[in-house]
Design a protein around this ligand. Structure first.
Ligand code: ADP
Ligand code: MG
Ligand code: MG
Length: 932
């Protein structure tokens, strides 16, 4: 309890400290605390990451729970802020506080900084709030000079060790602080070149670093210093305090180096955060073969297995492990080599998990058999590991079920559903190109460059990979037939990517290195040519393309849910997944529907837990088989009669499609959108296509050509589309309504509940909707009478133009539901065409005009406001109005959190995205309820 209170007190101190620095600073900040001790007395704790950085806060936390951490202190991020606000200078009070910090370390270790008998050496370590590559590298063994190195040698009776420390120090300090680094014309690090030359001079061949003698090391220090003098133009500093201040300055200076800036931009880390600096007593992993350094995870972060997982190096300091100079051994080997230290590490592993209640990734050093902890943090993990961790830790009572839900990153969940490459096989294969990981999973197949040939090959039983420059609706059949889709052009919202997500297809798109030659039917990558029928493989999780065949298997979860595979259902992964999904339902306020156009997609989505359809795009049904002909006939018709005749041909197809979907839904509601895209999308554009159609229809080709050019639009996206079609040609809406209701009547008679929700697209005026509602009601009345049934349906609209959102109160007088079409709402709200955004959006993100792609994650402050306004106004005139969202954003976790906040009733997304949306909806509900 006392501990808790103390922690609370220091937390509010931290808050006070940072508010002081962010406001206007008084020149006399002498009383402010800049240095936080850890060790026997610990000022900070794990919750103080903003002030102490991740590393510093957790070092403090480990001290508090009694883990063996070498003592030290953290210089707060406030100093970094001060440093940049004051022309790279320090607050006057800092030096005295640092001196007190060093004195405290001296007292605890019995060593003295710069002492000639028992010298204290320290490490200087950077540490931002989130770990951040690009920041300054750690400096070890600081405090050595020609005198203290002799003292260390005498004191430890180990001159080799002392000189090994010294040469490491001069090398690191020279590199990191004094900037002696590889020049553009050099192939190797200059210090490494010096080492190689010495080895060559003295041994005439390569020897291991550990084999270098005291004399060799002394010579190296001399040559290193000469190198520093030559390159940096100054003497290597001898005074420990000069060394320390230089290192601290280098850490703060590195916050603004290019690498760090680039990294921050990429991951949206604010510059204001700043970095902290940790100064810590050295412990030595390089004193002999009862010493060493390592990194470990408390559980396996790749597959989640509860086993001690990590690696270490005997007789080495920490940087050797990561630098890859020597190959480390698995941590389990320690059991044999240092059983006591291993037992201690096991104890630490348990303590860490019990305390942090999450899997830890930690760094340790063993000095003469004694274990020291140097860092811990929550370990990064694959989706598979995250799932197993969360379920196992729940069973172990380390976490509750809500925490278990939160522990699974929603945007990684689809990794679990994707077919997988055999890991051993993929290690052997070499990537020939990379692109956007648009549809996660693994696919291998023989390449085909056009949809027809892909279909024929698939019918022959081949596994097919469809390779296109980019795809369009005409490729749909080929895409369905293919194992995976590879495109040379296009981004996450390209047609290929969209279809991949909707169908759960593996897809890599925009792989620019892939040159597609349709005429020659070849694909060339990096000078090598592949013919149709050759094998290629794509990893849609990593965005990689491989030549040849790499073996795959379906995920157990898909096999269990979709294929009903009983063996798969017995796997732990499957059971864990089902448990997670059940908890998601318990936690969620919003429900999850799906965007589906076929019975099969609907069935899959329902198997994944969707409770209805949020969007059926009826026009997708018009592309299949010879339906397109009737569709074209309808569009080209010049009289109402001719149009009605063509529509009559389409009606049975639509009815059949709807009936199939209703059956697959088993009583769940279905939102059906009436015809939406500009008509010209359906038309034959090439001369051959026009002639072919003319022949089929028995009209002159010129007539068709004329009609096509009549229908030409300068800006089709804002043209004759959406409800404007149904208003211009009410017979289209009448046909669609009739098809819906006849299907409903048919399926209802089979004893299945049917709940169609007819959705009129692109409404901006109440009157638009009213005109269409009349047509729908009329059709319903007729069918009810003809079929002697009672239909249970709703009519509503899509809110997808700003005017619709702004006049939602008027529209809601007629609309029984709203579904936010956030794709078009984003396009019209931003005045930005999604399909053309590729040419400027990347730069917009680079310049941080937009932080995220607004077509992937909703622009919550702009487009989001339109949604919020429509929600408020809609509910004002119709309190029980049903509100959902069916744009691409419905499957995006960050957007789902926004929709939870504005209070929508459901989100809708593509079938294979349903589990992700369920998880994201659950997490959003838990967070929003938790006041986050
Ligand atoms: P990074 O942030 O790159 O992991 P660290 O500051 O954690 O850098 O330092 C890297 C390694 O340096 C640590 O894992 C540890 O092995 C070693 N190290 C850091 N401080 C000390 C110390 N006081 N004593 C011994 N080794 C240390
Ligand atoms: Mg580290
Ligand atoms: Mg739309």
């Amino acid at each position: 309890m006392a501990k808790k209170l103390a922690r609370k007190a220091s937390k509010s101190n931290a808050r006070r400290a940072s508010s002081k620095t962010s406001g206007s600073r008084s020149p006399k900040s002498g009383s402010q605390k800049y240095v936080y001790l850890f060790g026997r007395k610990t000022d900070g704790n794990g919750s103080m990451k903003p002030l102490l950085g991740g590393k510093g806060a957790n070092l403090a936390e480990m001290c508090r729970i009694g883990l063996p951490v070498p003592p030290g202190f953290t210089i707060s991020t406030d100093v970094c802020t001060f440093y940049y606000a004051n022309k790279r200078s320090y607050p006057p009070a800092l030096r005295a506080q640092m001196e007190a910090g060093v004195a405290s370390i001296e007292q605890q270790t019995g060593k003295k900084f710069g002492d000639l008998k028992n010298p204290l050496l320290v490490s200087v370590r950077s540490g931002a709030r989130d770990s951040m590559p690009g920041m300054m590298d750690t400096i070890l063994n600081l405090g050595l000079n020609n005198q203290t190195v002799e003292a260390l040698a005498t004191k430890t009776n180990n001159p080799r060790f002392a000189w090994d420390c010294y040469r490491r120090f001069v090398q690191m300090y020279g590199d990191v602080v004094l900037g002696v680094q590889k020049r553009p014309d050099e192939d190797h690090e200059p210090f490494e070149t010096v080492i190689e030359r010495l080895k060559h001079d003295r041994y005439h061949h390569d020897v291991e670093d550990t084999k270098l003698t005291v004399d060799d090391l002394k010579e190296l220090v001399k040559r290193f210093k000469a190198l520093v003098k030559e390159r940096a133009g100054k003497q290597f500093p001898d005074s420990p305090w000069d060394q320390l201040m230089g290192a601290v300055g280098a850490v703060f200076g590195s916050w603004m180096n290019d690498r760090a800036i680039v990294y921050r931009r990429k991951y949206n880390i604010p510059t204001e955060w700043g970095t902290a600096v940790n100064v810590q007593a050295m412990v030595y992993g390089n004193t002999g073969d009862q010493s060493g350094s390592g990194v470990a995870f408390t559980r396996n972060p790749a597959n989640g297995v509860k086993e001690f997982y990590g690696e270490f190096l005997i007789n080495a300091q920490g940087e050797d492990v990561v630098a890859g100079v020597r190959t480390p051994e698995p941590v389990a080997e320690l059991k044999k080599e240092m059983p006591k230290a291993y037992a201690e590490l096991e104890r630490i592993r348990q303590t860490l998990e019990k305390h942090f209640k999450d899997v830890q990734d930690f760094e340790f050093t063993i000095e003469d058999g004694v274990v020291y902890m140097l860092q811990t943090r929550n370990g990064k993990r694959t989706a598979m590991a995250a799932l197993k961790f969360s379920m196992d830790m729940y069973k172990e009572k380390l976490i509750d079920w809500k925490t278990a839900v939160m522990r699974n990153p929603a945007d990684q969940l689809d990794q679990l559903l994707a077919p997988v490459f055999d890991t051993a096989e993929v290690a052997k294969a070499k990537a020939i190109a990379t692109g956007l990981p648009a549809g996660p999973g693994a696919a291998s197949g023989q390449i085909y460059l056009n949809a027809d040939r892909a279909v024929v090959a698939a019918d022959r039983g081949e596994k097919v990979l469809l390779v296109r420059v980019e795809t369009s609706p005409e490729d749909l059949r080929g895409m369905i037939a293919a194992e995976g889709i590879l495109t040379a052009r296009g981004g996450v919202s390209s047609h290929a990517a969209l279809v991949a997500r909707q169908m759960g297809k593996v897809c890599v798109c925009g792989a620019a290195a892939v040159e597609v030659d349709y005429q020659a039917r070849t694909v060339t990558v990096d000078g090598k040519t592949y013919n149709e029928g050759d094998w290629m493989s794509i990893d849609g999780t990593a965005g990689k393309v491989f030549a040849g065949q790499v073996k795959t298997a379906p995920s157990e979860i898909v096999a269990g849910l979709i294929d009903g595979n009983e063996t798969a259902k017995k796997t732990e992964k499957f059971k864990h997944f089902q448990q997670l999904m059940k908890w998601c339902s318990d936690a969620s306020r919003m429900s999850v529907r799906t965007n589906a156009d076929t019975p099969e997609q609907t069935e899959n989505a329902v198997a994944f837990g969707a409770v209805g359809i949020g969007l059926t795009r009826t026009e997708h049904m018009f592309f299949e088989g010879d339906r397109i002909d009737a569709m074209r006939e309808m569009i080209l018709a010049e009289t109402v009669e001719a149009r009605k005749a063509a529509l009559a041909k389409l009606l049975p197809y639509q009815r059949e499609d709807f009936a199939g979907i209703f059956r697959a839904l088993k009583g769940y509601p279905a939102t059906i959108r009436f015809l939406d895209p500009p008509l010209h999308e359906f038309l034959p554009h090439t001369k051959e296509q026009q002639e072919e159609l003319a022949k089929k229809m028995g009209v002159p080709a010129a007539r068709i050509q004329q009609r096509v050019s009549q229908l030409h639009e300068f800006n089709p996206m804002l043209g004759f589309r959406g409800c404007r079609l149904g208003i211009g040609y009410p017979e289209i809406s009448a046909m669609q309504a009739r098809a819906v209701f006849e299907a409903a009547a048919e399926v209802q008679k089979e004893g299945i509940k049917v709940r169609p929700e007819i959705m009129i697209p692109l409404v901006g005026f109440k009157k638009e909707l009213d005109l269409q509602i009349d047509v729908v009601h009329q059709a319903a009345k007729e069918v009810e009478k003809e079929q002697r049934v009672k239909l249970n349906y709703m009519v509503g609209t899509m809110i997808e133009v700003p005017r619709g959102a702004l006049t939602a109160d008027e529209i809601a007088q007629s609309a029984e539901f709203f579904s936010f079409g956030t794709n078009d709402l984003t396009q019209t709200g931003l005045g930005m065409s999604r399909d053309d955004s590729g040419s400027f959006l990347p730069q917009y993100q680079e310049l941080e005009i937009v932080t995220k792609n607004p077509f992937a994650t909703i622009d919550s402050s702009g487009v989001g406001q339109l949604v919020a306004i429509a929600v408020e106004k809609g509910r004002a005139s119709r309190p029980n109005i049903k509100l959902g969202i069916c744009g691409e954003h419905g499957g995006d976790p960050a957007s789902i959190r926004f929709f939870e906040k504005v209070g929508l009733d459901y989100v809708s997304c593509s079938p294979y995205r349903v589990p992700v949306a369920r998880l994201a909806a659950a997490q959003a509900a838990l967070q929003v309820k938790g006041g986050d």
